[in-house]
Design a protein. Structure first.
Lengths: 491, 392
C-alpha cells in the first residue's frame, strides 16, 4: 500500500497499448479513452490510496458492451476494474496491475419500477439519490444512504455493501438487493438471486454483494424500494463531553428504541460543517448527536420524547427540527462532513472501523490520544448507533514524513478497535486500505476459504486483482497478468 | 505570494484545497452528460494540479478537459470545502489561452465586436434582415428567431441609478431594458441607462481566457460609471462579472465599484414596497417556471430574489426539479462546444416539460436565447412584471 503522493516526472508521452484498438472496435471510439488525462483520473478514488495506474478507460452502456470488454481482456490477459463514481474510501477503485477500467457512469438508466411490488431494476451507474428522487412521487425510497448518496452509484453500493446513517434501522445494501445481473470474467452474464421471496439454491447474490468488484461486473440490479415513513422527527442533542454523548447512544439503544439513525460529530467536525451548511449546529458543544426517529405518527412522538429525555438525563440539550427545511439542513451538514474537512487541511484519511457500542467512549479516547501523539488533527464523525467509527485525520501531504505518520496512526486505531472486539471495516470495504490487516482478524484458513470463493467466480483473478485478500492468499498474483507500465501515468 | 505560483499561475493553497471527495460530480452538467472524470470539477482540478506542478505536460486532452467546462460554478455551491473553482478555472484558461491560443478566430472577432456598440447594432440589424430573407439558419446558430430590425431608444429619466445595458443584450433584447426601466421607475426611482459609454462588461472575455481584454473593459466600464450611484444589472452574467471587478483588478477602486453593483431582482426586492401597486389587483394568470441562470444562483446567490419580486405579479411559480442545473448556454460556450451544449440543454428542456409551465423566466440573455432556440417560450422576469404593472 502506498499513500497518494505527487511525484515529478518528465511527462512521458502517450503509450501504445495493444488492447485499445480492439476495445475501440468492440465499443466504438467514443466509449474508450486511452489518453493519459483520462487514465490519470481513473487512477484514484476519493481515498488517499494509490498504487498503480489505470489502463484504458471504457464507458459501456449495456451488458453486451461489458461482455465485449471482458473478451478483449481475456485475449490480452489483462485485469479489469469496475468503477462507479470514484467516491470509495478504501482504494477499492484504485487500479493495480494496469487494468482495463470499466466505468459504469453511462449505464445510468432506471430500467423498470414496479411500485406495487416495490422493486426497481436499475443499471449500476444510477446515482443512489437519483433513484430515490425518481420514485419519490410513489412514496418510496432506496433505503441505503451513504453520506455520498448524492453522487455514489448503486453499482458501487453493491460492490461495497454500503451502509449509511439510516442503516441502523433499515439494514445495509445487501438487505435491499434482490438480484444482480453480473458479467463474469469468462464473459458470461448470469443473474444471481431473484425477485421471488425465497430464491432456491445457495444465496450467491448474498456472496456477490460486498465482493468489491472481484467476482464480476454488475450490469443490472433489482433493488428493493422502501415505503417512506408516515412521520419523521430529527433531534439534535448537544453535550459538553464526548463521553456523555456516547453514553446517551448506549442508553437509547438499551431502552429498546431503534431510531432510524444515530450520528455523532465532535466539536471540530461541527465547526467545519457549520461553516458550510449554516444549519445551526452548536459550535461550543464537545459533541453532538443527530438522532432520527421515524414510523407511525404517534409512535414517533412518543419515541422523540423518550430520546429527548434520555439525552437530558445525560446532560444534553435537545433541539427537535421544527420542519422539513430545518431537518434537511441538519442532514446536509452531516452528509457534507467529509468534504467540509477541506476547511481544516488539504488531505484527509477517513478511517472506518466498528467497535461494540459499550466500548465507544474508551475507543474514542484512544483515537484522540493516538492522533495527538502523531501530531495530526483528528475529526470524528460517525454512525454511533451501530458503533461504526469514522475517525478522520486531516493533514497536508506536502509536509515531509506526514504520510508515514498517518499510516502508523491508522494502524494503531485499527489495533485498538480490534482489541476491544471490533472489526476491520464497517462499510467502506477492505480495498487496498485494509488488505494487509486482514490477517489481524482472520486466520489463514478463513482467508484461504475466501480466496476459494473468489476463484470460483473468477478463476484467473482478472477482476480487480490485488484487493481485499493479502498477497499470500490471493490466487494468481497480479504480476502474472500483463501490464505495460506499472508506475503512474506520467512516470 | 508569487513564489507559490506554478506553471498555470495557480495559488498553491487554492489549487490544493480540493480533497477530491467528489460531492461536486452530480452538480456538474458536463459530467452528468458524459460520465467522464475529465469532464468533472474534481477531475479538472486534479489535472490543473499535475500541470501546474509540472508533473504532466499540457496535452490536448487536458486542454479539452478545461475547454469543456461551461464555468457554471454549480460545483462551488455544492462544495463543502469552499474550493474557489471559478477562480482556478479562469486563471487556468488565461494561461492556456496565452500559451496555446485556444479561442477560435471568429470568437475573438465576435468578442471584439461586442465592444463596438454601433458596429454591433448595424451587424445585428443586417442579421435581422438576413433572417427575414431566410438566409440564416437561426436555430442551428442558437440565434433568437426574429432579431429586432430596429430598437426603441432608451432615455435617461434622472440619475438615481444606472441601468447597465451591455452589448448583445442591448442589440438583441432592448425591450427587456425598456421593461426593466419601467419597473424601476414604478418604485419612484429615476434611471440612467449606461448605453454606449460602458459597452461590454468583459465576462465572455474572462471565460475565454482573454484576461487582458477583460481587464481593459473593466477599467472602461468603471471610468464611464463614475460616482456613487447603484449600478443595476438585469443580465446575470454581466452582474456576476461586474461584481467580480474587485478581484479581477485587485484595486480598492474596483472593489468599491463592485460593491455598488446589484442584480436587478436583488435591488427590487429591497424597493418593492416603494412600488405603487395594489396587491389586491389580479396577477397575470400564468404558471411560471423559473430557470436560474448559473451566474445568478451559483455566483451571485441572488436567485431567491427573483421569486420574491415575481411572486406578487404572477398566479403561480413552479420550481424546476433539476436543482439549478446549467442550461448549457454558458455565454459563448454553446458556440464553441455546440454538441455538449445541446446535450446539457436536453436535460433542462426535459425538466421544463415536467414542470408543465406556460412560460419560463430567465434573467440572463444567453440562457434565454439558448432555450428559445429549443422552442421554449422564455421571458425575462422584468418583462412579466412590467406587463403586470401595465395591466393594473
Amino acid at each position: 500500500m502506498k499513500l497518494r503522493r505527487r511525484t515529478r516526472a518528465d511527462g512521458a508521452g502517450q503509450r501504445h497499448d495493444p488492447c485499445v484498438a480492439e476495445l475501440i472496435r468492440a465499443l466504438g471510439a467514443d466509449r474508450v479513452r486511452a489518453d493519459n488525462a483520462a487514465r490519470h483520473l481513473a487512477s484514484a478514488d476519493a481515498s488517499m490510496f494509490i498504487d498503480g495506474a489505470a489502463g484504458p478507460v471504457c464507458f459501456p452502456d449495456s451488458t453486451e458492451h461489458v461482455q465485449a470488454i471482458m473478451g478483449v481482456a481475456a485475449r490480452h490477459d489483462r485485469a479489469v476494474l469496475p468503477r462507479g463514481a470514484g467516491t470509495g474510501l478504501s482504494g477499492g477503485a484504485a487500479p493495480l496491475g494496469d487494468p482495463i477500467v470499466v466505468s459504469t457512469t453511462r449505464m445510468n438508466r432506471v430500467l423498470e419500477v414496479d411500485v406495487e411490488d416495490r422493486v426497481a431494476w436499475v443499471q449500476p451507474g444510477v446515482v443512489n439519490l437519483d433513484l430515490t428522487k425518481q420514485v419519490a412521487s410513489s412514496g418510496l425510497h432506496f433505503a441505503p444512504d451513504p453520506s455520498s448518496q448524492q453522487v455514489c452509484t448503486i453499482g458501487g453500493n453493491v460492490a461495497n455493501n454500503s451502509g449509511g446513517p439510516h442503516c441502523l434501522a433499515y439494514g445495509v445494501t445487501s438487505a435491499h438487493v434482490l438480484a444482480v445481473e453480473v458479467v463474469l470474467s469468462s464473459g458470461e452474464a448470469v443473474v444471481l438471486g431473484g425477485l421471488e421471496a425465497e430464491p432456491s439454491g445457495y444465496d450467491l447474490r448474498g456472496a456477490f454483494v460486498g465482493s468489491e468488484g472481484m467476482f464480476g461486473v454488475t450490469t443490472k440490479i433489482a433493488v428493493r424500494l422502501t415505503p417512506d415513513p408516515e412521520s419523521v422527527k430529527t433531534l439534535l442533542l448537544a453535550f459538553d463531553a464526548v463521553s456523555d454523548a456516547a453514553a446517551t447512544v448506549g442508553a437509547v439503544i438499551a431502552s429498546g428504541s431503534v431510531p432510524a439513525a444515530i450520528e455523532m460529530m465532535d466539536k471540530r467536525c461541527v465547526a467545519a460543517v457549520e461553516d458550510f451548511a449554516h444549519a445551526g449546529y452548536p459550535r461550543d458543544a464537545a459533541a453532538v448527536l443527530l438522532i432520527e426517529v421515524d414510523g407511525p405518527r404517534r409512535g414517533v412522538e412518543a419515541e422523540t420524547d423518550k430520546v429527548a429525555e434520555i439525552g437530558r438525563a445525560h446532560g444534553g440539550t435537545v433541539r427537535v427540527a421544527a420542519d422539513e427545511q430545518e431537518r434537511a439542513l441538519l442532514w446536509k451538514g452531516r452528509k457534507s462532513a467529509f468534504g467540509a474537512v477541506a476547511r481544516v487541511a488539504p488531505d484527509y484519511y477517513l478511517h472506518d472501523t466498528v467497535v461494540p457500542r459499550s466500548k465507544l467512549v474508551e475507543v474514542l479516547e484512544a483515537v484522540y490520544e493516538i492522533v495527538d501523539r502523531y501530531d495530526l488533527t483528528a475529526v470524528n464523525v460517525f454512525h454511533a448507533g451501530d458503533g461504526n467509527l469514522h475517525p478522520l485525520m486531516a493533514y497536508d501531504s506536502r509536509e515531509p514524513g506526514v504520510n508515514e505518520r498517518v499510516a502508523a496512526a491508522g494502524r494503531e486505531i485499527l489495533e485498538v478497535s480490534l482489541a476491544v472486539g471490533g472489526v476491520l471495516s464497517g462499510e467502506h470495504g477492505i480495498g487496498v486500505e485494509k488488505r494487509d490487516f486482514m490477517e489481524y482478524q482472520f486466520t489463514s484458513a478463513d482467508l484461504e476459504q475466501q480466496a476459494l470463493l473468489r476463484r470460483s467466480f473468477d478463476p484467473h483473478c482478472r477482476l480487480n486483482p490485488g484487493k481485499v485478500l493479502p498477497s499470500a492468499h490471493s490466487c494468481a498474483d497480479i504480476a502474472s497478468l500483463s501490464a505495460f507500465k506499472a508506475d503512474g501515468v506520467w512516470g | 505570494m508569487s513564489e507559490s505560483l506554478g506553471l498555470l499561475g495557480l495559488e498553491q493553497a487554492e489549487r490544493d484545497s480540493c480533497v477530491a471527495c467528489g460531492l461536486c460530480l452530480p452538480h456538474c452538467p458536463t459530467y452528468r452528460v458524459t460520465g467522464a472524470d475529465t469532464h468533472s470539477p474534481r477531475g479538472r482540478i486534479a489535472l490543473m494540479q499535475v500541470v501546474d506542478e509540472g508533473i504532466a505536460p499540457l496535452t490536448e486532452e487536458i486542454v479539452e478537459a478545461f475547454d469543456s467546462c461551461i464555468q457554471c460554478r454549480a460545483c462551488e455551491t455544492a462544495c463543502p470545502g469552499d474550493v474557489p473553482f471559478g477562480h482556478l478555472m479562469e486563471s487556468t484558461k488565461e494561461v492556456v489561452e496565452s500559451t496555446r491560443g485556444r479561442a477560435p478566430w471568429w470568437l475573438k472577432l465576435g468578442l471584439r465586436a461586442l465592444t463596438r456598440p454601433t458596429l454591433l447594432r448595424i451587424g445585428s440589424s443586417c442579421l435581422a434582415v438576413a433572417q427575414r430573407l431566410r438566409l440564416v439558419p437561426s436555430r442551428r446558430l442558437g440565434l433568437p428567431d426574429r432579431l429586432p430590425l430596429r430598437r426603441r431608444a432608451l432615455r435617461a429619466t434622472g440619475d438615481d441609478v444606472w441601468l447597465f445595458t451591455g452589448c448583445v443584450m442591448d442589440a438583441w433584447q432592448r425591450d427587456i431594458h425598456l421593461a426593466t426601466q419601467e419597473v424601476v421607475e414604478a418604485t419612484g426611482t429615476t434611471v440612467r441607462p449606461t448605453g454606449d459609454a460602458a459597452p461590454c462588461c468583459g465576462a465572455l472575455h474572462t471565460h475565454a481566457g482573454l484576461g487582458d481584454g477583460a481587464r481593459k473593459l473593466a477599467a472602461r466600464v468603471m471610468s464611464a460609471l463614475d460616482g456613487d450611484n447603484a449600478v443595476l444589472v438585469n443580465s446575470a452574467g454581466c452582474g456576476a462579472a461586474l461584481k467580480d471587478y474587485g478581484r479581477l483588478l485587485g484595486s480598492d477602486e474596483a472593489r468599491a465599484f463592485s460593491a455598488r453593483v446589484f442584480d436587478i431582482h436583488e435591488w427590487l426586492a429591497d424597493h418593492i414596497d416603494e412600488m405603487d401597486a395594489n396587491p389586491l389587483e389580479p396577477a397575470i394568470a400564468v404558471r411560471v417556471a423559473i430557470q436560474d441562470p448559473c451566474h445568478l444562483r451559483h455566483v451571485q446567490g441572488s436567485h431567491m430574489a427573483v421569486r420574491e419580486v415575481l411572486e406578487p405579479f404572477v398566479s403561480e411559480i413552479v420550481e424546476l426539479d433539476d436543482e439549478g442545473m446549467c442550461c448549457g448556454a454558458g455565454g459563448a460556450f454553446s458556440l464553441v462546444n455546440p454538441q455538449l451544449a445541446l446535450d446539457v440543454r436536453d436535460r433542462k428542456t426535459e425538466a421544463i416539460s415536467r414542470s408543465r409551465a406556460d412560460v419560463v423566466v430567465s434573467a440572463n440573455p444567453g440562457c434565454s436565447m439558448h432555450l428559445a432556440a429549443a422552442g421554449v417560450t422564455v421571458r425575462h422576469p422584468m418583462e412579466l412584471i412590467a406587463e403586470a404593472l401595465r395591466a393594473r
